[in-house]
Write a new protein. Structure first.
Length: 159
């Protein structure tokens, strides 16, 4: 039991650290000089591509990555039935990030939502099906409450 609590506490602490530090990634671009067109890193050479500078390129990457990261965290840590609706903005941010990184694309943030249609349609169908199934149980619980109040009122009237 204690092992499970420690693991849960560690998991929660890691999540809190990731969530609270992720907005600072949006300001990472300020550490890069604004006038350079390529940057040598331990991962290789980073070029600005269609952007005028590497600083702008990094700004756009993290402007898409941070919300994508937070939405993915929310999706995997949330146990509610509606969490599958998060797949739609996750797919939009994913395609926007892909088109920014892809050197052959000349534009971004214009038509990426069209590519999310294959994700959107199944998600909407699944969510509608889940909502329909849940609404049956909610209606049954409401009917039970109504029947209980009617029964209590009828007992009071007979007494």
């Amino acid at each position: 039991m204690k092992k499970n609590k420690k693991a849960s506490l560690l998991y929660g602490c890691i999540l809190v650290i990731l969530i609270t530090t992720s907005p600072y990634l949006l300001y990472l671009y300020k550490s890069i000089p604004p006038d350079i067109t390529q940057l040598n890193t331990i991962f290789g050479v980073l070029k600005g591509g269609e952007f005028r500078s590497v600083q702008t390129f990094i700004l756009f990457i993290f402007a898409k990555f941070v919300p994508l990261f937070l939405l993915i965290l929310l999706f995997f840590t949330n146990k509610d039935w509606w969490s599958y609706a998060l797949l739609v903005p996750i797919s939009v941010y994913f395609f926007q990030l892909f088109f920014i990184i892809n050197e052959s694309s000349k534009s971004f943030d214009e038509i990426e939502f069209i590519y999310t249609t294959p994700v959107l349609i199944p998600v909407l169908v699944i969510l509608y099906f889940i909502r329909y199934k849940i609404s049956i149980y909610i209606d049954a619980v409401d009917l039970k409450k109504e029947m209980n109040t009617v029964m209590k009122n009828s007992k009071k009237m007979t007494n």
